[in-house]
Design a protein around this ligand. Structure first.
Ligand code: HEM
Length: 118
């Protein structure tokens, strides 16, 4: 299931980059890619929740992992929406990068699946 979880956020990341690129060109397909990205938010959350469901108990750090994971999703959504409105997104990009790095670190540190950092 961790492989499914990784697949969903990698696909989401690609869709996010594509949406940003299309949006910059004012391409009308941006909306479609954004909708697909939203579907992948749900899949990321569902696979993450499934991992939690399969565990009998989990350390408090898992709560932090979930919150940071949701923060990454929130930042992607806000960046796309605010860019569409022509508003400044510098702070959001900073949040996105920080949250993404922390999510990767925690994900790979926590005992389930790959554990590169422990
Ligand atoms: C885009 C946002 C996210 C990223 C980049 C991300 C990244 C990761 C990574 C790299 C892993 C490690 C997989 C492995 O070791 O095989 C992981 C595991 C996990 N993720 Fe996420 N995740 C995100 C969102 C979420 C969300 C929203 C949830 C909660 C619903 C969640 C819950 C979990 C859980 C419970 C694990 C297992 C932790 C462990 O390795 O023991 N993740 N995630």
């Amino acid at each position: 299931m961790t492989h499914a979880h990784i697949t969903t956020w990698v696909v989401a990341l690609i869709l996010f980059v594509v949406a940003i690129a299309l949006q910059a060109k004012g391409n009308e397909k941006t909306k479609m890619v954004h909708m697909m990205l939203r579907l992948f938010y749900v899949l990321i959350i569902a696979t993450g929740a499934w991992i939690l469901y399969t565990m009998s108990s989990f350390p408090a750090l898992y709560i932090v992992k979930v919150v940071v994971g949701l923060w990454v999703i929130g930042a992607m959504e806000m960046i796309l929406i605010r860019t569409a409105k022509g508003k400044n997104t510098n702070v959001l990009w900073l949040q996105f990068i920080t949250a993404f790095v922390v999510a990767l670190y925690l994900g790979f540190k926590l005992p389930f699946g790959f554990s590169f950092f422990s």
